[in-house]
Design a protein around this ligand. Structure first.
Ligand code: ATP
Length: 460
């Protein structure tokens, strides 16, 4: 192993935690195994120290595996996935991802496997450069119906917990930094539950103006305002499905009391209504704040905290889930290559940089970064210095390049500039929207409305 391989391989050592329930190993360009997790050794029944002396071709020759996906990826210089049969008789879906150096030569290959019930063999082909962009039309991960990347032990355990609790109606509280995937997990619980056929109603509590909470959540009887039309609230609209209360920490205290009453009695009254309406939805909440310390400071009701926190699911930040970082990177590249009709391949240096970044904005920030990489082919070094600045600069660049040759409205440009500034302020306030709104001199709902506007303009 040469020095640069050594450095890279050491990075990969962090991806292989020795406890991962899937197999994971790294080879050099000739198929010599440099690093492996314990589980890989277990699945073929040889000690780990012994396995590290092998070349993957020897393992095939010795009958441990039916074929080598690693060698196929080395030959193809691209990611290859296929079903392999192990000596123990298991079918595993193996994916080998080559890491190329600046000259486009294979430097290392990361191979991971998970058990697979079927027999299909798939080789990924980069999209034709002439393919029409299909923005948003491509599922992130063709291997799983959920589209959730779960390579780390933590994420695998979260999926396992979700599978166990999905069929019960107990309340779930999803905790994690912004962009860690709280909503995607809430949707997964919905899809796996008996309520999959019912609606999934996401509610961003931070985006609702304080005075409109009751109206938005519980609705209004026609006679309440003298108007002919009444309105069902979001809780009623979620009947038979899941109500996802995102940013629950931002709910005003008086509304927390009303929500608690509804959750305890399983019925609500619309504004102006006298008749109780039964509540038929499952409630899943999420927050990026420390809810317990808010309880201690009197900012969140303790009784509501216990009511919604029946099953807590904590999603760790992406920087502590390196295997997910690798999986998400490759999944986002495939997604945006297909969406933009590109053939971007990640070089070893860029991959190293991705591994080194702290990703404070988690999967969302990584997604934006990769989108830019795929569109531009590279990211300037000065733009890498701070990830918030990087994404913000990208937002405006992206807008300008998308509108090249067309008329881009000043209003849209202003929406992006405002969104950038708000994001920066939010980051400075540790994600506390109320504090950011105070410093910006606007209502909290304006903060979220403007962020949403920016996303609409960018077409996200
Ligand atoms: N494990 C994952 N696999 C695939 N995509 C993911 C994963 N985690 C996050 N993402 C993607 O990252 C983006 C952000 O995820 P999501 O909106 O679920 O995060 P969040 O924690 O709810 O964010 P916020 O706190 O801002 O509401 C989405 O595009 C989502 O699809």
């Amino acid at each position: 192993m040469n020095r640069s391989q050594d450095g890279l391989a050491n990075e990969y050592a962090g991806l292989i935690d020795g406890q991962s329930p899937g197999t994971l190993f790294v080879t050099d360009a000739r198929g010599n195994i440099l690093i492996s997790n314990e589980f890989t050794a277990l699945t073929i029944g040889i000690p780990l120290e012994e396995l590290l002396k092998y070349n993957v071709q020897d393992l095939v020759k010795a009958g441990y595996y039916s074929d080598s996906v690693t060698m196929k990826a080395i030959g193809a210089k691209k990611k290859v996935s296929m079903v392999i049969r192990t000596v123990q008789g298991f079918n595993v879906m193996s994916t080998a991802t080559p890491i190329l150096n600046q000259d486009g030569e294979v430097q290392l290959v990361v191979t991971s496997s998970n058990s697979y019930p079927g027999e299909a063999v798939r080789e990924e082909t980069p999209p034709s450069p002439n393919a029409k962009p299909r923005r948003g039309a491509v599922r992130l991960d063709p291997d799983t119906a959920s589209g959730i990347i779960a390579e780390s032990l933590a994420m695998k355990q979260i999926i396992q917990v979700c599978n166990q609790i999905a069929s019960y109606d107990s309340k779930v509280l999803i905790l994690g930094e912004s962009g860690t995937g709280k909503e995607i997990i809430a949707k997964y619980i919905h899809r796996k539950s008996a309520r999959w056929n019912g609606p999934f109603i996401p509610v961003n509590c931070a985006a609702i103006p304080v005075d409109s909470f009751e109206y938005e959540l519980f609705g209004r009887e026609p006679q309440a305002t003298g108007r002919a039309d009444g309105k069902k609230g979001l809780v009623e609209l979620a009947a038979g499905g899941v109500l996802f209360l995102d940013e629950i920490a931002e709910m005003p205290l008086d509304m927390q009391a009303k929500l608690l009453h509804v959750l305890e009695s399983s019925e609500l009254r619309r504004i102006g209504g006298t008749e109780p309406i039964p509540v038929h939805c499952r409630v899943v909440c999420a927050t990026n704040r420390d809810l317990w310390s808010m309880v201690q400071q009197g900012q969140f009701r303790e009784d509501l905290y216990y009511r919604i926190n029946v099953i807590p699911i904590h999603i760790p930040p992406l920087r502590s889930r390196k295997p997910d970082l690798v999986g998400l990177t490759s999944s986002f590249i495939a997604h945006f290559n297909a969406a933009y009709g590109k053939r971007y391949m990640l070089g070893a240096d860029e991959f190293q940089r991705i591994l080194d970044q702290p990703w404070h904005g988690n999967a969302r920030e990584l997604r934006n970064y990769i989108e830019r990489l795929v569109i531009t082919g590279s990211v300037q070094s000065d733009e890498r210095s701070g990830e918030e600045g990087l994404n913000d600069a990208f937002a405006l660049d992206h807008f300008i390049s998308r509108n090249r040759g067309r008329t881009g409205s000043l209003k849209d440009f202003a929406a992006i500039a405002e969104g950038r500034y708000i994001k920066q302020m939010l980051a400075e306030c540790g994600g506390n929207a109320a504090e950011a709104a105070k410093r910006l001199g606007v209502d909290r709902s304006v903060v979220y409305r403007k962020l949403k506007k920016m996303e609409e303009v960018l077409g996200d």
